[in-house]
Design a protein around this ligand. Structure first.
Ligand code: GLA
Ligand code: ZN
Length: 677
């Protein structure tokens, strides 16, 4: 679907559930799809029960009709494997397929995304289903992707998972002694003598809340194990599909910053990344952008698919406000502006029963094209036709990277102390937002990615330093890179065990400081960041909150000092010259006014320029492919804004040429798609 020869424009469409409707409606759907310029649908996402009425019978007669209809109407298909919800008969006959909750409660049949990932029944029947499906539809030439399962997630704590967890641990640690060592089990008398003594960490054992554990080592490994178990389910289906339909790309739909699954690890097994974007109306555009950038970063910058978004409204928030006129279009372009090669919705036609009947759809309960949402969608459909293939495959060129790591995320938030309010993604966002507000492109990268192509690398709260990462960072800075990290960094290894010899452990030399103590400030309590005279561009005093590392200089220079408390006048921001480069330590969580100056200062020093200087709430990104450059200008504000162009462009949507330095008026929620000429 992405980089597929059959695709010559941004695919437009989404989840379609014709099997919930009588056949008479299907023809009308085709008419409406054509009106809205829909050219792709995802089908068969939840039809396992329909396609397999019992253990021996597979009945694809309805799906056959749907597939034929779509092919006849030139609609491309993202074909679901349907394994995200098992049939009721299967749960009744083989209860091992049912999950056990965090509190130990065994579920009965119901809901969806409900199979235990380590259930032998699930593994067997999901594989069988995928075999049948792929053999049946392998010659349909309109399948652009396999959509495996749906939104993998959650966790299971059943006996099968427990058994499998022991196997996973044995594979990882080989001997029980090594496991004891890694988990520091002499603490609270936890020495294990056999793998069989290990039980799942949940409310019945080590936890008193989902996030709060008494034993970090086991909880961290269980998070990894759970992610791996579901990944194994994905890989099983993928391998069957690859064998039977080697030319069809395979994906599943991710969910942005979704904590339970280590998407960097998963990404290697997907042909392209697809994800579901469901912000609420008050989610900032920068937050949405950060999720897009994470999704793009999972496969080293490769375009991704926006697989789902609501055209208008969701049903699962406490207050499901409508997307205001223009917002669906604006957010669709925001996805494309950050690397999506599709614009897709959940769903095509609004269902009539169960919990999603009030979820937005292209076709509403009224059943025709005379709705605001349909009109907005068809207008966007037309525009995507105008854009054609111009952005397909286009990459974002970033000189700044932000490091993100799931193991680090899990470990930080399992940590008992120093502060419950420390949320990894929030700290990452603080830095990301400042870059976004300057319209400076950012790549979000993993700890496995190479750093050399970036001028600036920021790793907020790098609590866990994995084996080899210290060398990578030192090497990067030594060659001239600028590295920034923050408080509560360099504390533990992969097993969440403290690195002895003073924080920030492995990177103490690189940062040129030693952190002696960490002070947690309760909500509403602040310290002060007072910038040294010499750093004129950053001048001022600013709020420090959350955590304050108390540090000693060991070669680094003091950029700012604390303004209060018993550690007043000790360093709170430092810069260390390390061979050709610089390593900055920001020892506290800073208020935005400081961060915006700080990020700007670093970018100016490194000659990193905004794509376009624009007013507040105007987002500008650029996708580049060979010698074609497409610039997106998005007005997220409620007002008309003036934009001054930096060079000559063609407005693709209006088919107009703008001279260098033209001043364009951009409506509230308006979008410009500009080609450099
Ligand atoms: C998810 C699912 C869809 C649908 C939507 C509703 O993204 O993948 O099946 O339930 O949520 O918002
Ligand atoms: Zn289980």
């Amino acid at each position: 679907m992405i980089e597929d020869k059959k695709v010559s424009k941004i695919l437009y469409g989404g989840d379609y559930n014709p099997t919930q409707w009588p056949e008479e409606i299907w023809q009308e759907d085709m008419r409406l799809f054509s009106l809205a310029k829909v050219d792709v649908v995802s089908i068969n996402i939840f039809d396992w029960a329909l396609n397999q009425p019992d253990e021996e019978t597979y009945d694809f007669s309805i799906l056959d009709k749907v597939m034929d209809l779509l092919r006849k109407n030139n609609i491309k298909v993202c074909l679901g494997t349907g394994t995200a919800a098992h049939p009721a008969w299967m749960a009744k006959k083989y209860p091992d397929i049912l999950r056990v909750e965090f509190n130990g409660m065994k579920r009965k049949f119901g809901g969806r995304h409900n199979s235990c990932p380590n259930s032998p029944t699930f593994k067997k029947y999901a594989s069988e289903m995928v075999k049948h499906l792929s053999l049946r539809y392998k010659d349909y030439n309109n399948i652009v992707a396999w959509h495996v399962s749906n939104e993998y997630g959650g966790a299971c704590y059943c006996e099968n998972c427990e058994k499998q967890f022991r196997v996973w641990l044995k594979r990882k640690y080989k001997t029980i002694e090594r496991l004891n060592e890694a988990w520091n089990t002499r603490f609270w008398g936890h020495t294990f003598y056999s793998f069989d003594e290990i039980v799942v960490p949940n409310l019945l054992s080590e936890h008193f809340e989902v996030e709060r554990t008494m034993f970090q080592g086991i909880s961290l490994d269980y998070a990894r194990f759970n992610s791996d178990s579901m990944l194994e389910n994905f890989i099983t289906e993928r391998n069957i599909l690859k064998k039977i339909t080697p030319n069809i790309q395979i994906t599943t739909n991710f969910m942005g910053f979704y904590k339970p699954l280590d998407y960097f690890k998963w990404a290697k097994y997907l042909d392209f990344i697809a994800w579901d974007n469901y912000p609420s109306n008050d989610t900032s555009y920068e937050k949405i952008a950060m999720s897009h950038d994470l999704m793009r970063g999972l496969k080293g910058g490769k375009p991704f698919a926006l697989m789902e978004q609501t055209p208008s409204v969701t049903n699962w928030l406490p207050y499901n406000a409508l997307k205001r006129p223009g917002v669906m279009r604006l957010w669709s372009y925001e996805a494309v502006a950050h690397g999506s090669d599709t614009v897709m919705f959940f769903q095509m036609r609004r269902t009539i029963g169960a919990c999603e009947k009030f979820h937005g759809a292209l076709i509403d309960h009224v059943g025709n094209e005379n709705t605001r949402v349909f009109r907005e969608c068809s207008k966007l459909g037309e525009e995507l036709q105008l854009i054609g293939d111009k952005v397909l495959g286009g990459r974002i060129e970033a000189k700044v990277a932000i490091v993100f790591d799931w193991d680090n995320w899990w470990a930080i938030e399992y940590s008992a102390g120093p502060s419950l309010d420390l949320k990894y993604v929030d700290e990452v966002f603080k830095y990301y937002k400042e870059l976004m507000d300057l319209n400076i492109p950012v790549d979000i990268i993993s700890t496995d990615d190479v750093l050399d192509k970036y001028e600036v690398v920021i790793a907020p709260v790098l609590y866990m330093i994995k084996k080899g990462y210290k060398d990578k960072l030192e090497d990067y800075v030594a060659k001239g890179g600028t590295f920034v990290t923050t408080f509560f960094s360099g504390i533990v290894n992969e097993n969440d065990k403290v690195k002895l010899g003073g924080y920030p452990g492995d990177i103490r030399k690189l940062m040129g400081i030693w952190v002696e103590e960490i002070d947690a400030l309760p909500k509403g309590v602040f310290n002060e960041i007072v910038v040294e005279e010499k750093f004129k561009e950053l001048k001022g005093s600013y709020k420090a909150e959350l955590l304050c590392d108390i540090i000693h200089l060991e070669g680094a220079e003091m950029v700012a000092r604390y303004g209060k408390d018993f550690y007043k006048d000790t360093p709170c921001i430092t810069k260390n010259k390390f061979k050709e480069g610089e390593a900055w330590y920001v020892a506290t969580s800073c208020e935005d006014t400081f961060l915006s100056k700080f990020i700007n200062y670093l970018c100016v020093k490194k000659n990193i320029k905004p794509i376009l200087c624009a007013q507040k709430d105007i987002e500008v990104t650029r996708r580049v492919k060979e010698d074609r450059e497409i610039t997106f200008v998005l007005n997220h504000s409620e007002e008309i804004k003036n934009i001054v162009l930096d060079k000559k462009y063609k407005d693709i949507l209006k088919d107009e040429i703008y001279k260098k330095e033209s001043e364009i008026k951009l409506n509230a929620k308006g979008v410009l798609v500009l080609e450099s000429i």
